[in-house]
Design a protein. Structure first.
Length: 530
């Protein structure tokens, strides 16, 4: 039997290979390879915050932090995300060995700890440095910021959900049981609807002291008779544990309607990758990115399911990182709100946000629906409208809506004096009562201005570029890079993971623009069909 091939060291089974020159790895890497560009850019960065993430006491790391950062960013640029796969690449891939420069090969635990414990404290600063370096190279002007979001699945089981409605329902039932139980045991006629956990613990402690005074021995198991006091203590202990669980759940919601037990920062959302076509919710994060000149210049992770409430926190984060704001913001209809418009106006940022009714407004159905609304004439002297039939719509009241962030938007409600026997009844209004309209004057003013911006020649070019640039980033990272699910858990670690992806993406983008001679072209020109 040829048992020699079953040995663990395969070098003992193969042929003798003579060492050939040159053995220097630098010679074997092409001069136009992206790893060389990555090494040059990373050599010029300031790693002060990265080194501060390490303790000043104890032994020095086996592999220098700068080298580890080079390895992990290059791995993300090459679609390698698993720490074990990165370790394998360090052993077998020539480019990774060249980045190591004869330093020891890090194992997967070292790589994983570095990503979670070290980079989480400074990764955003490193991306900011990269963007500022691109600005010095003339690639980024801090002029046009294209913003969009996508949902990426969290590293959690899809059946690990906790729903707010279910928790509220079961907690209400528990409170009723606790109230009835204590009213009977304490012989009190009326107790409050909710008894805090602290009070339940005090009652339990009192009963335990009474059991000790009586010399009560707690028994367990089948065939053992429990004393009434022991049953009461066990019952209230069960209520305390359940209430503590619900208290913890209520803290974890943080304004959300759901979260995952495995990754409590993840919210259940609808994903585009719905393979079963049943609309199943999955735990995930809403990833917001800002793009200029095809480079990712900002990243934020949100638990909000809609994009509308993510814009202001994202813009504040960008301003904090760079100490300045962009001149123009280009976004789709999902970001349109009076609060966002007002924020951009305050920051003196020109908004190119497509109105949510923009596509619908170009249809004949919209023109028919708005025929009577557009024909109304406003009368400033008594703040009223005159309809097509000459009847007056008077101001009835003012509605105030408060968003989750506390922003209040106001709209006026106008009601027709009488729609009876109107020749347009059924076309203008089909309800049983008199016609009412709501007018949000401030929001309508913002929307009209944004519509004027996006329909201008510059706005048309920016709108077309938004579809190419920011949506193109998601297309590349999801489809080409295969990044559809996070490996780590927790908002901090997830942000670090996507910042690494953005860093690697920018390196590849700069490399491709250099090789294709597209440096200094921030926007794509609009091709007009002849």
């Amino acid at each position: 039997m040829k048992t020699n091939k079953l040995q663990k060291e395969y070098t003992k089974n193969g042929r003798i290979i003579q060492l050939c020159l040159p053995i220097e790895t630098d010679i074997q890497i092409p001069v136009d390879e992206s790893v060389r560009l990555l090494d040059q850019i990373l050599e010029e960065m300031d790693y002060t915050k990265l080194y501060l993430a390490y303790s000043s006491q104890g032994r020095n790391p086996v592999v220098s932090p700068k080298t580890l950062f080079k390895i992990i960013t290059y791995a993300y640029s090459q679609k390698i995300y698993s720490s074990r796969e990165i370790e394998r690449a360090c052993r077998l891939n020539l480019a990774f060995r060249w980045l190591l420069q004869n330093e020891p090969i890090p194992d997967h635990n070292t790589i994983n700890r570095f990503r979670k414990d070290r980079l989480s404290q400074c990764m955003e600063d490193l991306l900011t440095q990269q963007v500022e370096e691109l600005s010095e190279l003339g690639e980024i002007d801090f002029e046009n910021l294209f913003v969009d979001g996508t949902k990426i699945e969290a590293n959690a089981n899809k059946y690990s959900f906790v729903w707010r409605k279910a928790v509220d329902k079961f907690e209400a039932r528990l409170r009723e049981k606790v109230k009835e139980f204590l009213e009977e045991k304490l012989e009190k006629a009326e107790l409050p609807d909710f008894i805090p956990t602290e009070e339940l613990r005090l009652i339990k402690a009192t009963w335990e002291q009474e059991a000790t005074r009586q010399g009560l021995v707690f028994v367990k198991g089948i065939g053992k008779r429990k004393e009434p006091l022991q049953k009461d203590i066990e019952q209230i202990d069960e209520y305390i544990k359940r209430q503590e669980k619900y208290d913890l759940y209520q803290k974890e919601f943080r304004g959300r309607n759901s979260f995952s037990k495995i990754d409590s920062d993840a919210t259940f959302m609808r994903m585009k990758e719905d393979y079963m076509k049943n609309g199943q919710l999955k735990p995930g994060y809403n990833v917001q990115i800002g793009v200029e000149s095809e480079y990712i210049v900002g990243v934020d992770i949100s638990s909000e399911r809609s994009d509308m409430g993510t814009l202001i926190p994202f813009m504040n984060r960008m301003e904090k990182n760079y100490g300045k704001t962009f001149e123009n913001l280009i976004a789709d209809a999902g970001y349109e709100s009076e609060e966002n418009y007002q924020y951009l106006e305050t920051k003196k940022i020109t908004s190119y946000i497509k109105p949510s009714n923009y596509e619908y407004s170009k249809t004949k159905q919209f023109q028919r629906a708005m025929e009577f609304r557009l024909s109304m004439m406003y009368q400033d002297e008594d703040d009223s409208y005159i309809c097509k039939n000459g009847r007056k719509l008077k101001l009835r009241n003012t509605k105030t809506r408060t968003s989750k962030s506390g922003f209040q938007s106001k709209s006026k409600v106008y009601e027709c004096e009488s729609c009876q026997d109107c020749p347009h009844l059924g076309k203008c209004y089909k309800g049983k009562y008199n016609k009412t309209i709501q007018v949000a004057e401030q929001f309508d003013e913002y929307r009209a201005k944004s519509l004027e911006n996006i329909t201008s020649e510059k706005g048309t070019q920016l709108r077309v570029n938004r579809s190419i640039q920011v949506e193109g980033v998601f297309g590349v990272t999801k489809q080409d890079y295969g990044f559809r699910r996070f490996l780590t858990r927790g908002e901090v670690n997830v942000r670090t993971e996507y910042l690494l992806l953005a860093f690697g993406f920018n390196i590849n983008k700069l490399h491709h623009r250099i090789q294709s001679e597209r440096i200094g072209e921030p926007l794509f020109a609009i091709e007009i069909a002849s």
